[in-house]
Design a protein around this ligand. Structure first.
Ligand code: HEC
Length: 117
């Protein structure tokens, strides 16, 4: 009986460890470039217009300042977290989240070295 109990506890333990291991933060583990980022993302054409229209209005005065290539480059990883509402407050504040497709592009832009292209 005791053996059986230990076995059950062991299984529960393994289960807990397995579940916790699955919960990785997606922002920390972006998908590999080859499969998820077939195209080179353009900062000027793909990234800037969306950030400009969705974030600049509040973030010229609100920290973190987000207003041009340099500030986007500096804040890219916290911005990605904020867009996902994972690891930072969900942004745009009070508005609907950005399109998943754009968030993916932004993620790819970061993976591709945050080019000013
Ligand atoms: C309506 C105004 C508004 C808009 C639009 C907005 N933000 Fe914010 N954002 C704020 C305010 C206000 C704060 C500070 C909140 C606080 O400290 O409680 C903030 C905080 C942040 C932070 C820090 C979050 C944290 O948890 O530390 C990031 C990153 C951010 N915003 C990114 C963005 C991005 C990226 C966009 C566009 C997709 C955006 N914001 C759009 C008002 C806005």
């Amino acid at each position: 009986m005791t053996k059986y109990l230990f076995f059950v506890l062991f299984l529960v333990g393994v289960g807990i460890v397995a579940c916790t291991k699955d919960k990785v933060n997606p922002a920390d583990n972006p998908p590999p470039i080859s499969s998820a980022c077939p195209d080179t993302i353009s900062f000027a054409n793909d990234v800037l217009p969306v950030i400009q229209s969705k974030c600049f209005s509040c973030h010229s005065g609100t920290s973190p300042v987000i207003q041009d290539y340099a500030t986007i480059n500096n804040n890219a990883s916290i911005m990605l977290k904020a867009m996902r509402g994972d690891g930072a407050q969900l942004m745009p504040q009070g508005g609907p989240p950005l399109d998943t497709a754009f968030i993916q592009q932004f993620n790819c832009w970061i993976q591709q070295g945050k080019q000013n292209n």
